[in-house]
Design a protein around this ligand. Structure first.
Ligand SMILES: NC(=O)c1ccc[n+]([C@@H]2O[C@H](COP(=O)([O-])OP(=O)(O)OC[C@H]3O[C@@H](n4cnc5c(N)ncnc54)[C@H](O)[C@@H]3O)[C@@H](O)[C@H]2O)c1
Length: 344
C-alpha cells in the first residue's frame, strides 16, 4: 500500500463530511475526491490545502486510479448498488451502518466483497468508542462472567428525526448501533425478537414512529432490551450555540453478568450547560472538535480502517455483523406490525 491511501467519499451529507474531515487529518491518507448528486461546488473540508475534486455521479469517482478506498455514507437504501459499483472497480469499502435495508441487499453486499480482493468494514462506530470497547474487553477477560442481560438506551431529540425528514425508521438509523453492541457482547446468535412502538408527535409530523423497544433473545440464553427513539423535546439538546458542540441525547447501557455488572452512562457526556435556549449536552465522544480538529470515535474508526487497509489490523465490524443487526431490525419491524414475537 502507498504512503498515502487515497480515499473517495461517496455521500457528502452529515456523516460523509465528518469522515472527510477525519481522513483529511490522517497523515497516511488523502481525500482524492468526493461525490454527491447535490454538489455544485467542492465541499469545504477543513484540513485540505486546495478544493477537493467532486462529482455528481459516484461512478466517475470510482474510475480514478488515486482512489484506493471509498467511504459510502449515502441514504441507507442506496448502499447496495454503490457497494457493487465500488467492488467492481476494485475499491476497498468503509460502509456506514445499517448495511442495507433488506436482507437481499445485505447478502449482495457480502457476496460482492467476500473474496480476498476487497475489504469491507462496517461503520459500527460504537466499537471504536473507548467505553463501549472497554465493556467488550471486560467481557472477553471474563470480568463479569457470562453476560446475562443487556439494556441499552439511545433516545435522541426530535431535531434528529427532522433532519432526515421521515426517510428511515428510528430502528434503522439509531437502534442498529445498540443491537450491534448486544451482538458484540454476547457473541451469540439472536433467536427471537419482539418489539413495540409508540407513535406521538414525530409520527404526526414526519410519518415515522417516535420510540421503539426491542427485545432480543440470544441462543445461549442472553437477553437484550434496546430502547430507542427520536421523540425527545427540542430542549434536550440545542445544536445551535456553539455550533461545534453538536450533542445527542439520553444514552446509557448496562450489562449484567454472572459475576458482576458494567454500567455506561452518557447522560451527559461530561459537560452540561444551560442558557436561555435550555439545556445543552454537547458531544464529547463521537466527533467533537479539539482545538479545531475532529477527535473521538470517528477518528479512531477511520484510523482503524486505514490500519485494516495496510494489513495491520483485522476487521472487527464485518458485513456479517451488519447483516446480524439488520436481521434484528427487520424482525423487530415484523414484530410490531404483526403483533407477535418473531423467531429467526
Ligand atoms: N455511524 C453513525 O454514527 C452514523 C450517524 C448518522 C448517519 N449514519 C449513516 O450514514 C449514512 C448517511 O447518513 P446521513 O445522516 O449522513 O445522511 P445525509 O442525508 O445527511 O447524507 C446523505 C448524502 O448522500 C447523498 N447521496 C444520495 N445519493 C447519492 C449517490 N448516489 N451518490 C453519492 N451521494 C449520494 C445525499 O445527497 C446526501 O448528501 C446512512 O447510512 C446513515 O444511517 C451513521
Amino acid at each position: 500500500m502507498k504512503d498515502k491511501i487515497g480515499i473517495g467519499i461517496i455521500g457528502t451529507g452529515f456523516m460523509g463530511m465528518l469522515h472527510a474531515r477525519a481522513f483529511a487529518q490522517c497523515p497516511d491518507a488523502h481525500i482524492s475526491a468526493v461525490s454527491d448528486p447535490v454538489l455544485t461546488e467542492p465541499p469545504d473540508i477543513p484540513g485540505l490545502s486546495k478544493p477537493v475534486d467532486f462529482y455528481t455521479d459516484h461512478r466517475q469517482l470510482l474510475k480514478r486510479h488515486d482512489v484506493d478506498a471509498v467511504v459510502i455514507a449515502t441514504p441507507e437504501n442506496l448502499h447496495r448498488d454503490i457497494v457493487v459499483d465500488a467492488a467492481s472497480a476494485g475499491k476497498h469499502i468503509f460502509l456506514e451502518k445499517p448495511i442495507a435495508t433488506t436482507i437481499e441487499d445485505a447478502d449482495a453486499i457480502i457476496s460482492e466483497t467476500s473474496g480476498q480482493k476487497i475489504k469491507l468494514m462496517m461503520g459500527h462506530i460504537l466499537r471504536f468508542d473507548t467505553r463501549y470497547a472497554q465493556i467488550k474487553a471486560a467481557v472477553d477477560e471474563n470480568t463479569i462472567g457470562k453476560p446475562l442481560v443487556c439494556y441499552a438506551r439511545r433516545n435522541a431529540p426530535v431535531q434528529e428525526a427532522r433532519r432526515l425528514g421521515g426517510r428511515v425508521e428510528v430502528e434503522e438509523y439509531i437502534s442498529v448501533h445498540d443491537i450491534d453492541q448486544a451482538f458484540w457482547y454476547f457473541s451469540d446468535k439472536a433467536v427471537k425478537v419482539s418489539a413495540e412502538i409508540v407513535e406521538g408527535p414525530v409520527m404526526k409530523e414526519l410519518g415515522v414512529h417516535d420510540f421503539i423497544w426491542i427485545t432480543i433473545r440470544f441462543k445461549k440464553g442472553g437477553l437484550a432490551v434496546i430502547e430507542t427513539g427520536w421523540g425527545l423535546s427540542e430542549g434536550m439538546v440545542k445544536w445551535t450555540r456553539p455550533a461545534s458542540w453538536g450533542g445527542f441525547g439520553d444514552v446509557c447501557l448496562e450489562l449484567i453478568g454472572e459475576k458482576g455488572s458494567l454500567y455506561l452512562d452518557y447522560r451527559p457526556m461530561g459537560i452540561t450547560a444551560v442558557d436561555d435556549e435550555g439545556w445543552k449536552f454537547p458531544d464529547t465522544l463521537h466527533w467533537p472538535l479539539l482545538h479545531g480538529e475532529i477527535v473521538g470515535d470517528i477518528l479512531e474508526e477511520d484510523r482503524y480502517f486505514l490500519k485494516v487497509l495496510r494489513d495491520e489490523r483485522e476487521i472487527i465490524s464485518t458485513g456479517e455483523d451488519g447483516k446480524n443487526a439488520l436481521e434484528v431490525v427487520l424482525a423487530a419491524q415484523r414484530s410490531y406490525r404483526e403483533g407477535k414475537q418473531i423467531s429467526l
